[in-house]
Ligand binder design. Sequence first.
Ligand code: COA
Length: 153
Amino acid sequence: MNALPKIEARINMLTLADLDDTCAIENRAFERPWTRGNLVDSFMGGHIGLACRVNHQLVGYAIVMMVLDEMHLLNIVIDPDWQKRGLGQLLLEAVIALARQRDCLTLYLEVRNSNAAAQKLYNLNEFVMIGVRQQYYPTNFGREDAIVMRRSL
Ligand SMILES: CC(C)(COP(=O)(O)OP(=O)(O)OC[C@H]1O[C@@H](n2cnc3c(N)ncnc32)[C@H](O)[C@@H]1OP(=O)(O)O)[C@@H](O)C(=O)NCCC(=O)NCCS
């Protein structure tokens, strides 16, 4: 099968004006999405959002939280219609650049044990597994573990 063509995309800040589009992508991309309320709380709570846009259309975003010299990647998503074209990689590189720009020393994240696509992306970008939070995430059938990963900057 031929690979999808790579896309010209721009990374800039995610703002409250993106709320409707963010909700829509969240609902398309996740079985258990953040709610609109979760997203508003995140915007209001001082988390930083990076937007990935193609021709001004929001196609993905990452949300991070800074704690002293640590950055925590809370969410990263590419709209399913735009996946597998290098945009997740582009967005993750932007997160790493932001963390360095803000003088962070370490980037942390948690990922579902079953999320092979995201784990592959993180492994490619030098994240290493540092632990497991047992039964952390709810699923449609019960609960599943979170893999905790770290990348030094
Ligand atoms: C994880 C996610 C952000 C990747 O975005 P993407 O734009 O599709 O990723 P890219 O096209 O940049 O791919 C980067 C690398 O990730 C890996 N990858 C991406 N999708 C994959 C898949 N479905 N299966 C296996 N590996 C995958 C590949 O190694 C790929 O590199 P390669 O194509 O050179 O082999 C996207 O799948 C997504 O939004 N998933 C739903 C939300 C989610 O699970 N977020 C993570 C929460 S922890």
